[in-house]
Design a protein around this ligand. Structure first.
Ligand code: GLC
Length: 443
């Protein structure tokens, strides 16, 4: 499937590219964190493609160390779509001007370890990686507290998560006002320091900073430089000191200059489980009180993106909304190994087995309904293959490389969206009827 989603070629100036598009035809470009996840999976089968995917990501970056959220290698974002893409100009650009959860160094190290046939890979891009993580510190941590900020909700990759509703309000990713958020950033030329100084809508996001800390640790190992280790430790400390809520037993995002905690329970509040220095009592609370609680995150399938107890929780399909309840495989990829590390082997096995069931029944879908196990949204979705990284070692010879590019069809996409919308509407309608009947009977 990944081979079918692979796109390779060269720009007019000869710059080569090779990456896996997340899901044709819906997602045809290169996305930063998707590419990192794809490379992590490719390294099991064809490490050469894993290396090429990460190199392509760096090639899409700027000389100052910024690497975009989305890169339009073979297919530029024309003026029609540009208002919805965070590009510099409405006429369309080669890439967006905003970032995505920066896990490149983490992926780089994993791929390097799986590349004995290319020993130079480990060190060939250290300058670019240093520049990238130094850019993040300089531009995204202006208050120097060790936590980097996002200035658009989709910079985390968790686009419409309800944890951003209170911050971005009418400019949320799924609201018409998002177009204004993009325009406003354009007017300040995406100068993040200026945007953070001028506006209140920016977030020190827990999940983003967990991946940032893990990547700084990886960069410290890749470079052998202790400065990155110190930075990783300061980010971990800041998460514990500023984001941890002892009473609720969760980690909250901090919004605006005042660092206002956003008290909405989403899987991001559990992400610090992946931190190497997390104290055991805190891990115990995240796991026992939340991850394994049937009212909160212990759903029949995978791990819901929002606690089932939150009023904003929606398990199924919604137009333009995908992080308000549905379960994603990258969530399980981050949290299941943490469960094992803290001794919850059986629980980790259960979650992973439920994901195997999802994929066996519905294929690699973009996300799944954690209550019913329905496969939802895009098909042949790249990072859902991360499940393979959670299973016992695979035999690379067993994987067949069909290599014929898969294009998908817009008609099939629309058809499946319509079918999902109809199922969801039916479900909502019958829930409403049941509710009205119950109220009438109560009277
Ligand atoms: C959706 C996801 C985002 C991902 C993108 C491409 O917008 O929310 O995290 O990067 O699709 O797959």
């Amino acid at each position: 499937m990944l081979a079918g989603n692979w796109r390779a070629g060269a720009l007019a100036d000869g710059t080569p590219y090779g990456f896996t598009c997340p899901s044709p035809p819906r997602y045809r470009h290169q996305w930063y964190w998707d590419s990192c996840f794809h490379a992590i999976v490719w390294r099991h089968f064809q490490p050469a493609r894993a290396r090429e995917e990460l190199r392509t990501l760096i090639r899409g970056g700027r000389l100052d160390g910024f690497i975009p959220h989305t890169i339009f290698w073979h297919d530029s974002a024309g003026w029609r779509r540009a208002p919805f893409y965070a590009t510099h100009s409405v006429r369309g650009n080669r890439a967006t001007a905003h970032m995505q959860t920066p896990l490149l160094a983490l992926a780089w190290e994993l791929v390097a370890e799986a590349s004995p046939e290319a020993p130079g890979f480990r060190t060939e891009a250290l300058d670019a990686l240093r520049l990238h993580y130094d850019w993040l510190e300089r531009h995204r941590d202006p208050d120097g507290d060790g936590l980097i900020s996002i200035i658009h909700p989709d910079e985390s990759g968790l686009d419409d998560s309800p944890k951003y509703d209170g911050v971005f309000g009418w400019m949320s990713h799924y609201q018409p006002g998002y177009v204004w958020l993009v325009e406003r950033s354009r007017r300040l030329r995406y100068d993040s320091r200026a945007i953070i100084a001028r506006y209140e809508e920016h977030v020190e996001d827990v999940m983003v900073n967990v991946f940032y800390a893990l990547s700084l640790h990886a960069l410290a190992r890749l470079t052998g430089e202790s400065g990155y280790e110190r930075r990783a430790a300061s980010t971990e400390r800041a998460l514990l000191e500023h984001c941890w809520d002892e009473k609720r037993g969760l980690f909250w995002d901090l919004a605006g200059r005042e660092h206002a905690p956003q008290r909405i329970s989403t899987w991001s509040a559990l992400a610090p489980l992946a931190l190497p220095s997390l104290p055991e009592p805190i891990a115990g609370r995240l796991i026992e009180e939340h991850l394994l609680d049937r009212r909160r995150y212990a759903a029949p399938y995978a791990i819901p993106s929002v606690s089932m107890e939150e009023p904003s929780f929606r398990a199924g399909w919604h137009l333009f909304r995908c992080w308000r309840g549905p379960a994603w495989i990258n969530t399980v990829w981050l949290l299941a190994p943490a469960l094992r590390r803290f001794g919850y082997e059986a629980a980790a096995d259960r979650v992973v087995a439920s994901c195997v069931e999802l994929v066996e029944h519905h294929g690699f879908r973009e996300y799944y309904n954690p209550l019913t196990g329905d496969g939802l949204a895009a098909r042949r979705f790249g990072w859902s293959t991360l499940l393979i990284d959670l299973l016992p070692p695979v035999d690379p010879g067993a994987a067949q490389d069909t290599s014929s590019p898969f294009e998908g069809s817009i008609r099939d996409e629309l058809w499946s969206m319509g079918a999902e919308a109809a199922t969801e509407t039916r479900r909502l309608a019958s829930a409403t009827v049941a509710d009205v009947m119950a109220r009438l009977r109560g009277r």
